[in-house]
Design a protein around this ligand. Structure first.
Ligand code: SF4
Length: 414
């Protein structure tokens, strides 16, 4: 009788792609994949170990599975992913776990066991990173950047196109690094052109995790000239003060960031700019934090994610002087989030009466819920859509905005 296998995938979309290819492999090896992990014989938890918070979430999930196993409800527990990759002696602390499997290499196969709703998918074109930001442990977990070969990428895109998905999200730790390991051969803009030409039926192609140091004019031109490519630039900046940026080993200065943002807004009118920032980096002064607040106010990012600096063993910043007290880090985080709440309200209010395409995702309490081009899955806002006609999951509807909220919009189908 086939063993029932359940998967719990934690962490980022890159981890989710690993989970999808892992499930596909186990499915082809004869496991029956069940959605509810408590019904499984074998439970697989795909872990994240990026920062303290993510690690605690992973350990908590494992402990819950151990409890199920101790009650005889589970036969086996497999821990996969970054936690197992980063901590080789976990088996001593968690002897109830049957196997620890580090991160898999890039999946060159085309089959995937979808863990996303069927109307959107992630395509991971590269793994690992060469940037070595001083606060980041990912290069230690995932290694140096490795690009997926062009043939596998095109085959995956053709499969997604055949499945008629509505949105394809292109991901990696840093997709602007794509091809750096394939010296002299294709780079990001080149592979994007091939992805676009093999995806005629996919409505939106979204780029996530663009490193500001490697945004080229060619890339911006491609984004602005192809209707399928979302006018959405995900630009993790982490900070704006040049001294802090240098300590973070980010190879870009304040001046360069400001002119990059000006160029992006000029080349792609109406673009949605998303960024992520780290608050409370070692030795960050009140003055430098104020500089960051002023920058956020001026730049008016449509989307912004903020993280409290997490002191990670094995990173250069772990040993930096001037570690900022937790209370101060929290205060700075709260200040940024409340400022961004105001900015997001202002930015949204400008969309009142505007028309936009909305990707319909589900129906709830009589209204439809969808996303605009300015909303990446899971991390950004939503559009609540009223419609007299029936709408289908994965359909693009033309919507006029009738009301605006802090992070979300309300509209009606026209
Ligand atoms: S670019 Fe991103 S993944 Fe790479 S080292 Fe920096 S923070 Fe980590």
């Amino acid at each position: 009788m086939k063993q029932k296998l359940g998967m719990l995938s934690l962490g980022c979309p890159r981890n989710l792609v690993d989970a999808e290819s892992l499930l596909e492999r186990l499915n082809s090896k004869g496991y029956r994949i069940v959605e509810d992990i408590s019904e499984a014989d074998v439970a697989l938890v795909n872990t994240c170990a990026f920062i303290e918070e993510a690690r605690s979430e992973s350990v908590e999930a494992i402990l819950e599975l151990i409890e199920l196993k101790n009650k005889g409800k589970l036969k086996k527990i497999i821990v996969h992913g970054c936690l197992a990759q980063r901590y080789k002696d976990l088996n001593k602390e968690l002897p109830e776990v049957d196997a620890f499997v580090g991160s898999l290499e890039l999946n060159h196969g085309t089959k995937r066991f979808a863990l996303t709703p069927k109307h959107y998918a992630y395509l991971k074109i590269c793994e690992g990173c060469v940037n070595n930001c001083s606060y980041c442990v990912i290069p230690k977990i995932k290694g140096r950047l490795v690009s997926l070969d062009e043939e596998s990428i095109i085959q995956k895109v053709k499969d997604f196109n055949r499945q008629k998905i509505s949105e394809l999200n292109i991901i990696g730790q840093d997709i602007t690094g794509f091809g750096m390991d394939l010296s002299g051969r294709i780079r990001l803009t080149g592979i994007l052109k091939k992805i676009i030409s093999n995806a005629p039926d996919i409505g939106w192609i979204r780029l996530l995790y663009l490193n500001p140091e490697r945004i080229t004019d060619e890339l911006l031109k491609l984004i602005s000239s192809h209707v399928q490519v979302c006018k959405y630039i995900d630009l993790p900046l982490q900070h704006i003060n040049s001294r802090i940026l240098a300590l973070m080993n980010r190879k870009i200065t304040k001046k360069e960031i400001i002119s990059l943002i000006e160029k992006v807004r000029k080349v792609i009118p109406g673009v949605c700019l998303r960024t992520s920032l780290i608050l409370g980096f070692p030795s960050e002064t009140d003055k430098e934090f104020k500089e960051l607040l002023d920058f956020i106010r001026d730049a008016e990012f449509e989307r912004l994610g903020a993280f409290i600096y997490s002191r990670e063993q094995g990173t250069a910043a772990y040993g930096f002087k001037g570690q900022v007290p937790r209370k101060i880090k929290q205060e700075r985080f709260d200040a940024v989030m409340s400022l961004q709440q105001e900015i997001s309200s202002t930015v949204n209010a400008r969309l009142l009466g505007k028309q936009m395409d909305v990707l319909i995702e589900e129906k709830q309490d009589g209204a439809y819920i969808g996303r605009s081009q300015a909303d990446a899955p899971e991390v950004d806002g939503l559009v609540y859509v009223n419609s007299r006609r029936l709408l289908k999951e994965g359909e693009f509807a033309k919507v006029r905005i009738t009301d605006t909220l802090e992070y979300d919009l309300v509209g009606e189908v026209i």
